[in-house]
Ligand binder design. Sequence first.
Ligand SMILES: NC(=O)c1ccc[n+]([C@@H]2O[C@H](COP(=O)([O-])OP(=O)(O)OC[C@H]3O[C@@H](n4cnc5c(N)ncnc54)[C@H](OP(=O)(O)O)[C@@H]3O)[C@@H](O)[C@H]2O)c1
Length: 294
Amino acid sequence: MYLIIGANGYLGSYLIKNILEKTEDKVLATARDMSSCEERDRVTWIKCEVTNDTDIKHLAEVTMQNPGLKVVYLAAYHKPDLVEKNPKTAWNINVTALSTIINSLEKIRCLFYASSDTVYGNSVNGYHFKEEDALNPENTYGRQKQTAEAIVTGYGYHVVRYPFLIGASLLGKKRHFYDEIAENLRAGKKFEMFEDSYRSSLDFNTAAGLLIEVMETYREDYPSILNISGDEDLSKYDVGIRVAKRENCRTELIRPIKMESNAGIFTAPRAVSTLMDNHKVKEILNLTEIRMRL
Ligand SMILES: NC(=O)c1ccc[n+]([C@@H]2O[C@H](COP(=O)([O-])OP(=O)(O)OC[C@H]3O[C@@H](n4cnc5c(N)ncnc54)[C@H](OP(=O)(O)O)[C@@H]3O)[C@@H](O)[C@H]2O)c1
């Protein structure tokens, strides 16, 4: 049985989809706002605001009653500009609550924490970061992810580092960046995207599916940190072209812009490009390639 903490977001909904499709397992899924949770067979929703002591206690009881849970931890305050503006609120959720929760879980089989390529910082000359490379985050969000990783691995659990993820939202009310691009293109509107900022991007479904495959084959000697990323170095512009093709829209509506023309769009500093090496996850899953499926 799986426990997904912070399950009613973009990645959480794709993880639930993949668990239901690839396994016979049931899912315990936590959300702080139960009104937005979709009822499905094999999925039980549990209320959990990760900073709330009563909810944490209840979660600990749930893990006690269901020994051997495979846990994914997703709950996060994670928009870099908001983290930069409200670092203390973010710390409470991203670091303090995470530490309290992992210390309260009982008898679980394994735990994987969703981290981000932002911990690495900027790739120079197209360098692909390996899991053991030094970390050099450019902003407070990245530094909090770095701290969270240290807590998780220090406890003996596992971290997956994801790149920029994209895909149509499975959540009725909550649109993703993908949906925003697609809606603009369908309306015949131009959409500007960076042509000079590269990531080892993946779609949500592939990213979620690979994590579930790792967890289904789990062994205690799996690396404590694993990059789950694509083979291709993709600019946001490249990704935009794929969205246009998938949506049968005109690709010329995607307009390339340079990162330096970003003045005013972002407030938190950002790495221009962050690329990741994915040979470890390929080795574990015996894969020859990992590509964005958009
Ligand atoms: N998307 C990406 O490109 C990407 C890349 C690398 C890593 N990640 C990591 O993957 C995880 C999931 O990201 P996502 O893209 O799926 O974003 P998301 O849709 O915003 O999911 C985050 C989830 O955390 C929940 N949450 C936030 N604060 C909480 C709190 N105090 N108590 C309980 N739950 C709380 C949110 O609940 P509400 O809906 O109620 O706010 C939401 O369900 C995050 O840790 C993120 O840093 C994402």
